[in-house]
Write a new protein. Structure first.
Length: 117
């Protein structure tokens, strides 16, 4: 089992930055893919980006160039650095983890990000 806990969300103004963190605990040594997703009220969950061992991070077009994913394997933590935030980035952000490459096995509870104009 793996537990994921997101942190770092909050209320910011347009143009500001935030860094989210996802701390993993439990059976983490063989985790491969770590992803970030978000869901705004009334909308479907949206892929934000992912990082996999040995591969460069991959991002959704909507955040490319503004968001950066990094991974600290010693701390079992994945970060989502979000720059130039816009009101349309307002959502609950979720971290997910996978032992493989196709589906996510574990999900966190999410952290709210609200961007005011």
């Amino acid at each position: 089992q793996v537990q994921l806990v997101e942190s770092g969300g909050g209320l910011v103004q347009a143009g500001d930055s935030l860094r989210l963190a996802c701390a993993a605990s439990g059976r983490t040594t063989t985790l491969n893919m770590m992803g970030w997703f978000r869901q705004a009220p009334g909308k479907d969950r949206e892929f934000v980006g992912r990082t996999s061992r040995g591969l460069s991070p991959y991002y959704a077009d909507s955040v490319k160039g503004r968001f950066t994913i990094s991974r600290d394997n010693l701390k079992n933590t994945v970060y989502l650095q979000m720059n130039s935030l816009q009101p349309e980035d307002t959502a609950k952000y979720y971290c997910a983890a996978s032992y493989g490459i196709y589906k996510y096995d574990y999900w966190g509870q999410g952290t709210q990000v609200t961007v005011s104009s």
